[in-house]
Design a binder for this molecule. Structure first.
Ligand code: MG
Length: 160
């Protein structure tokens, strides 16, 4: 019998010149990268929040405080691993995930396949059940002006 649960995660980071740009666990050459206490992987942060939300668990910011020195420069893949441990403890599994990344920089098209593959690994989802699309900011507001990047993720969970 299925026990479907849906979760939504949204995250926005400032884009700063000279910061490493890591998105969905993939390091991308770019003049700007997302600023944060951790590695700034806005896609993984939104994905973790979507998965935790679907499972009825605490959110990313509560589980991994920005004030904890342990989280300084931390690889966000470790947040995914911890979230998945908690999801498994509840007898749940991620069944599908859809990701929208709004950004002017970097262009995501050349990296989409690698990003999807990494998300599939990190969240133990079938590769053809993870999707990711990039949307430009059309030159408007903070995203269009290359000052910010936003990721929105929906995740569907079911009994493992
Ligand atoms: Mg974040």
């Amino acid at each position: 019998m299925s026990d479907l649960r849906i979760g939504l995660g949204i995250d926005l980071h400032r884009l700063e010149p000279g910061r490493a740009c890591v998105l969905a666990g993939i390091r991308i050459d770019c003049e700007r990268g997302p600023a944060a206490v951790s590695d700034g992987d806005v896609v993984l942060h939104a994905a973790v929040d979507a998965v935790l939300g679907a499972a009825g668990l605490d959110d990313l910011g509560t589980l991994f405080s920005e004030n904890d020195p342990k989280n300084r420069g931390r690889d966000s893949a470790e947040f995914c691993a911890r979230a998945m441990e908690m999801v498994r403890q509840k007898g749940l599994a991620v069944k599908s995930m859809d990701v929208v990344v709004e950004t002017e920089l970097p262009r995501l098209k050349p990296h989409r396949a690698a990003m999807r593959a990494r998300l599939s690994e990190l969240f133990a989802v079938e590769p053809d059940r993870v999707n990711l699309k990039g949307k430009s900011g059309e030159g408007l507001d903070s995203i269009g002006n290359k000052l910010a990047i936003r990721a929105t993720v929906v995740a569907l969970l079911d009994r493992a």
